[in-house]
Design a protein around this ligand. Sequence first.
Ligand SMILES: [Zn+2]
Length: 183
Amino acid sequence: MKEKLKVCKVCGKEMAANAKACPSCGAKNKKPVFKKWWFWLIVVVIVAAVGAGAGGSGEAPQGGGGQQDGGSQQQPISYTAYEVSQLMDDLSGNAMKAESTYKNQYVALSGRLGVIDSSGKYISIYSADDPFDFIGVTCYLKNDAQRQQVMEMSVDDVITVRGKITSVGEVLGYSLNVTDFGE
Ligand SMILES: [Zn+2]
């Protein structure tokens, strides 16, 4: 095997590439940096970082695909129909299970309108079966169109509220962000 030669950086004479020092001038034969393991580690790290960065900006065109996903998310949300009484029964039976069942779920809740907040922030609906139920579902209104619809309602009306349940608590009952009022 032919010995590799290199040129000494100090004196310019040829020497064995793997020599520890130049035989002519005694200067240390430094290995080129790219022969050191940590150099390649750094390269790999940088490439990975740049790749991740490029992947990040690459999500802009992929965002086109993401928008297609968004398009599928724009499919009508399916609301699961419940009576408020069922939610309240589940809550009193097992609040933890009720939370895992209903939290973040889109629901169409039918119940008795019990409270209309005078400032129009929310309405509360209760079990239609139990006139003495004082824990129910607090339904937060998000816009004036909804408040306008609530204007037409009266306490004790049985209504259907569609929206997403945002919290479940055994003391305060359920909270829901109103999407709209169903039939
Ligand atoms: Zn030398």
